[in-house]
Write a protein of this length. Structure first.
Length: 277
């Protein structure tokens, strides 16, 4: 208590000055509407700026949750899309008159690693057997085919990229329905090759290439790319076509996995048929 009294007596002049300053400011603001409005305006500017910055930070922190929610919604929409009997064209447009046959399930996953400099490239995703992911699921994104699930652990999985010299995917010319196989020659990350297209097929630069739908991995008509160059050989009855990918395989952050829910039934039937021969 003595120390407080001593402090006040020692600094009485300064304390009196501060008190008078506060009182004068208060009286000035209260008696002059202009000063009052200016003070309020300044306070509003400061508080508004603080609220704006705080709101921006909050929105940023919730952005990941919002993106994840939208990705899950997209997966559900694509599931409906690929379960349509007519499916869609290369721009993912759905015919509203189709009937639904629940053959496919869709899963969303984040890419955590992507290689594209090698001959046999792979992507790694966050999500594994605990999330329902299985070997040989088709992998796509909003632009088209990405690859096929190769190996699965409890929490992660690897994707054999379309940019892999071992990859083979059933594909067709969208305007003629001539079937071939997508491969990669290991040269350019922007192009794959469509082989085994018969020379009687009418094709032009810019024609769309889509999945053929004759395997249990991908539904029919998933976009792959566009015809860029056509190569022929006198000793062959088939074209080799350079296909410019819709996807930029060097810049992929998330994907959708496709599960054919009736694949077990199909495999068992095929094995039984082979066994009967």
């Amino acid at each position: 208590m003595q120390q407080i009294i001593y402090f006040i007596s020692k600094n009485s002049t300064k304390l009196l000055f501060l008190l008078l300053l506060v009182v004068s400011l208060y009286l000035t603001v209260q008696t002059h509407s202009y000063h009052q409005s200016q003070m309020l305006h300044s306070a509003n500017v400061v508080s508004g700026t603080i609220y704006e910055k705080t709101n921006s930070i909050t929105e940023y922190l919730h952005l990941k949750d919002e993106n994840d929610r939208l990705a899950e919604e997209n997966a559900k929409l694509k599931q409906i899309l690929y379960n349509s009997e007519l499916i869609m064209d290369s721009s993912f447009k759905l015919n509203p008159e189709v009937r639904i046959a629940q053959d496919y399930k869709m899963f969303h996953a984040k890419i955590i690693k992507n290689s594209f400099h090698k001959k046999e490239n792979y992507l790694t995703i966050k999500g594994g057997s605990s999330n329902g992911i299985k070997k040989d699921m088709g992998v796509i994104n909003s632009k088209g085919v990405v690859g096929i699930i190769e190996n699965v652990s409890k929490n992660y999985a690897t994707i054999q990229s379309v940019l892999n010299t071992q990859t083979k995917i059933s594909a067709k010319l969208s305007n003629t329905n001539h079937f071939g196989t997508i491969t990669w020659d290991g040269k350019n990350t922007g192009y794959v090759q469509l082989v085994d297209i018969p020379k009687l097929a009418a094709l032009h630069k810019g024609d769309s290439i889509v999945t053929g739908g004759i395997s249990t991995i991908f539904p029919e008509n998933v976009p792959i790319g566009l015809v860029d160059k056509v190569f022929t050989s006198k000793n062959s009855n088939f074209y080799t076509i350079n296909v410019r990918l819709f996807n930029d395989m060097t810049n992929i952050s998330s994907v959708y996995l496709i599960e054919h829910v009736k694949i077990k039934e199909i495999i068992e039937l095929e094995e039984e048929t082979v066994g009967d021969e």
